[in-house]
Design a protein around this ligand. Structure first.
Ligand code: HEM
Ligand code: HEM
Length: 185
């Protein structure tokens, strides 16, 4: 092996681990689909067959996100993040940190609030028509209302923070060309 290749292999990788990358993109697909379907459902008349069918898919995607985050969070805590390819200014660094932390909070809060809304309201908890998730809560209409409010305001936060996150990734890729997107590819 040449000296250059040896030196290169000694450098810490600037990419996330394969397991982290797979989970990031899998969850991105699941969460963006859940967001889009949830948003569409909010414009449909309650009780219509279309809204019910779409909410079943929405709940299935949301519960999938809950299972995936339960795997992803411990992985992130144990594996950490790769070193940056280029050192960023303190402001960019902390803005990215804050955004990522808020995304993690919302990835836990949104499915949990959705689950509580459905379980406390005595509604179905299907998973793609294959089985029902256990309903761990007694019927509690006031709790259903509070959880639905949290779910709704959490969705507004997610629209805002996710837009920032995606715009930042595109800005790094197309304007700064600093390889930030490649860390996740
Ligand atoms: C990442 C996960 C999730 C995201 C991003 C998400 C997003 C959304 C959005 C954007 C809406 C429409 C806004 C609103 O009315 O609140 C919504 C509604 C809803 N979601 Fe979720 N959701 C997720 C998980 C879940 C889960 C796991 C469940 C239940 C098991 C669930 C149940 C519901 C229900 C029942 C509604 C309709 C609420 C109503 O009209 O009062 N969601 N969700
Ligand atoms: C098209 C959509 C998306 C793009 C282009 C994208 C891009 C990226 C990139 C390039 C990174 C690495 C940033 C860095 O190294 O500093 C990253 C990290 C991250 N992304 Fe996304 N992302 C997308 C969707 C999402 C979604 C839907 C979520 C969750 C709601 C999400 C949550 C995160 C989190 C939490 C991190 C930090 C990873 C960690 O440190 O564990 N992303 N994303």
């Amino acid at each position: 092996m040449s000296t250059v290749t040896e030196a290169a292999s000694d450098m810490p990788s600037s990419r996330y681990r394969p397991s982290q990358r797979v989970l990031h993109w899998l969850m991105a697909i699941v969460i963006i689909s859940a967001l889009a379907i949830g948003l569409y459902c909010s414009y449909l008349e309650p009780g219509t067959p279309l809204r019910r069918a779409l909410l079943d898919v929405h709940k299935s995607l949301g519960m999938t996100a809950l299972v995936l985050i339960a795997i992803r969070l411990p992985l992130r805590l144990s594996l950490g993040e790769p070193a940056n390819r280029q050192p960023f200014g303190a402001l960019v660094h902390y803005a990215a940190r804050c955004t990522h932390m808020l995304l993690y909070v919302l990835m836990i809060l949104m499915p949990l609030a959705g689950y509580v809304t459905s379980a406390a309201g005595g509604h179905d908890l299907p998973w793609f028509g294959l089985f029902q998730w256990p309903d761990l809560l007694p019927l509690d209409k006031p709790l259903e209302k509070v959880a639905a409010r949290i779910h709704e305001y959490g969705a507004y936060c997610l629209y805002a923070i996710l837009s920032l996150h995606v715009l930042a990734a595109l800005w790094h890729h197309f304007f700064r060309r600093d390889g930030v997107l490649a860390r996740m590819l």
